[in-house]
Design a protein around this ligand. Structure first.
Ligand code: NAI
Length: 457
């Protein structure tokens, strides 16, 4: 006899646990089926551990530059074992907190693989049966691979493997210059690894504004990284513990390890779906409408398993939309063109809204302003003047896009993200006061310039 719940969630990552917490908060009885650990990719194999290592790289850079402040410190040495242990401590603490929160909300967690059959019946490991008045599918994604580079965890690595290495490789080729590729390349390079970054498209970081990408590439190269864009990889050969990556232009790169970061694919293995009207598209994503309803009434899908930006905060937002739909409440579908993006390579990248090119392509008559951090007092004080803020507005109209690259911009994008979502004009934003001295003044100056009356330039 199946146990009954208002909601059964399959997958305990941000999309799944977000749906569970929100639904439980609204008074629903909830079960979560998770085959590994609640927290999912974000907590255990993605955002959190990756940002921990990027912070390690930041500390390393700070110590190396300490002398400039008159602070005498020896050349930093990396003990990756200690950093890895700290990473695990942070992850475990968050994991414990999440489990406690779910328990407090009386969410029942089942460990095992959940599969969905007809009539909203969810089976856990072919044994326990659960019935949900509603079901959320949130099974996430796994790293995509490319032919000729099958990951073995030793020389050919995915991001999952890099997060568990205990020794820094002397050299690495990172294939794919998207968010993961740039974050890992930046981190490995700053810690002392000789990195070659290989991107198939003409530019790194597809989706980012071209001016921002130029700043990132300049910084990567200045710090000793080799960046090759517009290059294909044709396969690899291994000898004497090294890997030679053959490139489409006839050249090759010989390194200790290859990191494959060419995107993530949706994970629906073992999810069943026989006897349901849930549809999966040609790329393996579950098909949903703007309320995250699948083709089967009462069954929803959220997070990386649907074809929307693969970001934890998008998963949370989609989860809330799905639960509000179950509750019959008024809701705004997620506006994917306005979500904040944060990429934690050095220099950091953060943006919301349209790039200049996208705004022009969409037919907007745009006005653009850019301000560099090199005239920002706080940036000078912290010794990080690389980068800029770029704001794109419709002439006489709202701000369409805010793009930042530089120090702590992942913490500064709030103002940009709000202006894009509130469709604020430069005049609206220009009258708001930014504290001095802060990095955020650069955004203030950029919008003020768009009013035609900049203060400092
Ligand atoms: P991605 O799709 O962002 O980037 C993959 C890159 O690999 C693209 O630039 C693509 O052109 C390139 N590529 C594909 N095949 C290639 C080949 N054969 N040779 C060379 N280059 C090739 O995927 P990524 O970086 O793996 O990230 C996966 C997902 O996770 C993305 O949706 C990303 O936005 C998200 N993510 C977001 C982060 C953040 O916001 N901080 C951090 C990490 C991941």
């Amino acid at each position: 006899m199946a146990e009954d719940f208002d909601l059964v969630v399959i997958g305990g990552g941000p999309g799944g646990y977000g749906a569970a917490l929100y639904a439980a908060g609204a008074g629903m009885s909830v079960a979560v089926v998770e085959k590994d650990k609640v927290g999912g990719t974000c907590l255990h194999r993605g955002c959190i551990p990756a940002k921990h290592y990027l912070e390690t790289a930041s500390v390393f850079r700070a110590v190396a530059g300490a002398k400039e402040f008159g602070v005498q410190a020896d050349q930093p040495q990396l003990d990756l074992g200690i950093s890895r242990a700290r990473k695990q401590k942070v992850v475990d603490q968050l994991w414990k907190g999440l489990q406690g929160l779910m328990k407090k909300r009386k969410i029942t967690t089942y460990t095992g693989t959940g599969s969905l059959g007809a009539g909203h019946l969810v089976t856990v490991d072919d044994a326990t049966e659960l019935h949900g008045k509603h079901v959320v599918l949130a099974t996430g994604s796994v790293p995509r691979t490319i032919p000729g580079f099958e990951p073995d965890g030793t020389t050919i690595l995915t991001s999952d493997h890099v997060l568990e290495i205990d020794k820094l490789p002397a050299s690495a080729a990172v294939i794919g210059g998207g968010a993961i590729g740039c974050e890992f390349a930046s981190m490995l390079s700053d810690l002392g690894c000789d990195v070659t970054l290989l991107e198939a498209l003409p530019k790194l970081l597809p989706g980012c504004d071209a001016d921002v990408v130029d700043v990132v590439v300049r910084s990567f190269k200045k710090r000793g990284m080799t960046v090759r864009a517009g290059v294909t990889v044709e396969g690899h050969e291994e000898s004497n513990g090294q890997v030679t990556v053959k490139l489409g232009d006839g050249e090759s790169v010989t390194v200790d390890v290859v990191v494959v970061s060419v995107g993530r694919k949706p994970l629906t293995d073992g999810l069943g779906l026989e006897g349901t009207n849930v549809e999966v598209d040609g790329k393996g994503f579950i098909t949903v409408d703007s309320h995250h309803r699948t083709g089967e009434e009462g069954v929803y899908a959220v997070g990386d398993v649907v074809a929307t930006p693969q970001l934890a905060h998008v998963g949370f937002a989609e989860a809330i939309v799905a639960v509000r739909d179950m509750l019959g409440e008024d809701l705004e579908p997620v506006d994917y063109g306005k979500v904040p993006w944060c990429i934690y390579c050095h220099p950091e990248v953060a943006f919301a809204g349209m790039t200049e090119q996208a705004a022009r392509d969409a037919g907007h008559d745009v006005t653009v302003s850019k301000h560099s951090f090199n005239s920002n007092s706080r940036a000078m004080i912290i010794g990080e003047t690389e980068g800029m803020v770029k704001v794109i507005a419709a002439k006489g109209g709202p701000i369409l896009g805010v793009h930042m690259v530089g120090p702590w911009v992942t913490e500064q994008i709030g103002a940009g993200w709000l202006s894009v979502n509130w469709e604020a004009t430069p005049d609206d934003m220009g009258q708001l006061i930014h504290a001095h001295p802060t990095l955020s003044e650069t955004f203030g100056e950029t919008v003020l310039s768009l009013t035609g009356r900049g203060l400092h330039g």
